[in-house]
Write a protein that binds this ligand. Sequence first.
Ligand SMILES: NC(=O)c1ccc[n+]([C@@H]2O[C@H](COP(=O)([O-])OP(=O)(O)OC[C@H]3O[C@@H](n4cnc5c(N)ncnc54)[C@H](OP(=O)(O)O)[C@@H]3O)[C@@H](O)[C@H]2O)c1
Length: 281
Amino acid sequence: MRIAITGAGGRLGGALCRCLATHHTVIPLLHQDVELRSPETIGQIVVHHVDLVIHTAAYTNVDGCARDPDLAYQINGLGTHYVALACQNLNIPMVYISTNEVFDGETSTPYGEYAPTNPINAYGRSKWAGEQIVMTLLQHFFIVRVSWLFGGERNFIRTVLRLAADPPEGGLRMVEDEVGSPTYAHDAADAIAQLIETPCYGIYHLVNEGWCSRYTLASEVLRQAGHGHVPMTPIRLADYQRESTPPSYTPLANRAGAAFGITLRPWEEAVAAHLAEVSPT
Ligand SMILES: NC(=O)c1ccc[n+]([C@@H]2O[C@H](COP(=O)([O-])OP(=O)(O)OC[C@H]3O[C@@H](n4cnc5c(N)ncnc54)[C@H](OP(=O)(O)O)[C@@H]3O)[C@@H](O)[C@H]2O)c1
């Protein structure tokens, strides 16, 4: 297939370009190639005559979205509208990457793919708008929700490693009441590569198996990286002041993917794989 990937310079977009290039012709679309705030996006995609578009590009700065919800909607909502119109024009399916933040976190069991959505912050609302647009405009689509993405240069795990190398006075402070499903970009890309070979359109939760708090994730990173001695204090979400309010409990259950044999390894193993990538032995 000829596959266009928006956000090709990002964490997941980059992983997808690497993963799909072995069996497909990949057209990587960087921010400089496609500006989601402009309807010209439609023509900039159509011109490539691709068989599939994987739309990963987004305004992912959740605090920036909280400061400027209209910009978040322009990029994540309307921008997705333009990408979906390009797919409609080409009569091809679209993969839209979405987020755990379409849920409100007010539950005590992991969210299934068709659990009711109720975003509680500007980022979540803008990504949810993107989901609605895709479902409204297209007959053939995959909505793939991921969560707590890691991989590449900038991510939570790299931040923990950096803090561990030069701990702040009093040690690290990590939130214990924000719980989610970490997702290794490499594993999500691999799962998406399997999914697009099927005609099984719909909503998917392609996250690593299991879930944890930010505190537990950081503890596991420190343990595996040999920094288990670095002191760390659990704090509450309410004590960590930021502009965006993340939903507190959003583990995602991968039921639809698993039904077709598409599963991701447990998050602890994925952390180990990323650490090996960061500092190969
Ligand atoms: N990161 C997470 O933890 C997480 C969790 C759940 C879901 N997701 C979703 O997963 C997808 C991939 O996330 P990621 O972490 O890989 O993203 P990322 O690393 O932040 O990359 C996003 C990409 O989008 C591009 N972009 C931003 N604004 C744009 C615009 N106006 N027009 C065109 N391109 C634009 C960026 O280009 P520049 O950098 O050049 O601006 C960047 O290459 C996103 O849809 C996100 O909503 C992410």
